[in-house]
Ligand binder design. Structure first.
Ligand SMILES: *Cc1c(COP(=O)(O)O)cnc(C)c1O
Length: 375
């Protein structure tokens, strides 16, 4: 059994993908070939934003967004305590300070109340300028944008949507990628919309921010061209071959999102009376980048994991350690936040195989194994 079966997905689209790759090999425009712009246009339309600027990966996408808004030294950037470090790293790389916030007990996304407490703590201390909030749509489930937009307006903060795990998800009728001032995603192969290598994108409706991002991804090029640089930028482009693959995958994406609902629905049905399942707010659609369950405590979680191992069922923990406890952040100021929910989450969470092409029989084995371990 595969945790995420990329081989099966490739088999479904093999001819079309091979043909697309072959076309790139024929025309030879490996960097910024026509497929790149075509994919950017189609992905922007898909997400409902005006601009899409593709780049080399989701981490660079965030860094480019921070650079575009001039976020750096002495700025406080508010981040969820539960996420992948790539949500936090680019801000720190530019000299900003991360301020971690606890998560919601049901959706596992950043908690707007904890966020507001942390903003006030930073203001009261007076050392840092509250500057931006990173909203991560954790495991494919959209963050609470209604509350987050309100808080960001109230304190005049830039809202950045990290939708690396939630391409294709939606929140009250709008697709992820359309929230906040700017949004960034990743096309790492295992993400809901993945390439066959690294890739990322920045989405925005702001014309001038889009221009700056275009410049930043190619060494800060100026309007006069590549060798008339106007700022210090990066070298961060999406390969033409990856864009070609993504164009093909985008055609299948809506059908895959539907299949993800079917698989997740079967898991929900089987587990909701025994374990905590992730809450999806009504009017929202998760793409279940991962299917996570919460056991009642660490002991029960470890017992379930041992049972899965004994049957060779792949499983993962997203994530075992909250950001504020990572060695790299051990000296980072947490103000008075105790991260009670984030800590509980890390003790109890585990993820089981989840992908659009999972067969019912495979799923039943996972379900039976977990349920048996709970007896
Ligand atoms: C994967 C991921 C990223 C980084 O994406 P890369 O393409 O691997 O750089 C950023 N944020 C979150 C939440 C992610 O899951």
């Amino acid at each position: 059994m595969q945790f995420i079966d990329l081989k099966k997905q490739y088999q479904m689209q093999k001819e079309a993908i091979d043909e697309r790759i072959h076309r790139v090999l024929q025309h030879g425009q490996f960097i910024m070939g026509a497929e790149v712009k075509q994919f950017e246009d189609e992905f922007a339309a898909f997400c409902g934003t005006k601009h899409c600027i593709s780049c080399a990966n989701g981490t660079d996408a965030l860094q480019i967004a921070f650079l575009a808004y001039g976020i750096g030294r002495d700025d406080a950037v508010f981040c969820p305590d539960i996420t992948f470090i790539a949500s936090v790293e680019p801000a720190v790389m530019l000299g900003a300070q991360p301020v971690f916030c606890d998560i919601q007990i049901d959706t596992y996304n950043i908690c707007p109340q904890s966020l507001e407490r942390q903003i006030n703590a930073v203001i009261k201390e007076g050392r840092l300028q509250p500057k931006a909030v990173i909203a991560v749509d954790f495991l494919g489930n959209p963050a609470n944008y209604q509350s987050l937009v309100e808080v960001c307006k109230k304190y005049n903060l830039i809202l950045i949507e990290d939708f690396a795990q939630s391409s294709g998800a939606s929140y009250h009728g709008d697709r992820c990628g359309a929230f906040g001032d700017i949004a960034t995603t990743s096309f790492f192969p295992a993400k809901p919309l993945g390439a066959y290598g690294d890739g990322g994108a920045i989405l925005t409706n702001d014309d001038s921010i889009a221009d700056i991002c275009q410049s930043l991804r190619v060494h800060g090029k100026g309007p006069e061209g590549k060798y008339n640089n106007v700022r210090i930028g990066m070298n961060s482009r999406l390969d033409t071959i990856q864009a070609a693959i993504l164009l093909e995958k985008l055609k299948m994406f809506l059908a895959e999102i539907q299949l993800r609902q079917t698989v997740a629905g079967r898991y929900n049905q089987a587990f909701q009376d025994r374990l905590q399942i992730q809450h999806i707010e009504s009017g929202c659609l998760s793409v279940y980048a991962q299917y996570a369950l919460l056991a009642k405590d660490r002991q029960q979680r470890d017992k379930i994991i041992a049972a899965l191992h004994s049957k060779n069922i792949p499983n993962m923990i997203y994530y075992p350690v909250p950001q504020h406890e990572l060695p790299v952040f051990k000296d980072t100021c947490c103000y008075d936040e105790t991260f009670k929910i984030a800590s509980m989450y890390c003790d109890c969470t585990f993820s089981v195989p989840m992908h659009p092409y999972m067969e019912e029989a495979e799923q039943q084995l996972v379900i039976d194994t977990v349920r048996e371990a709970l007896q």
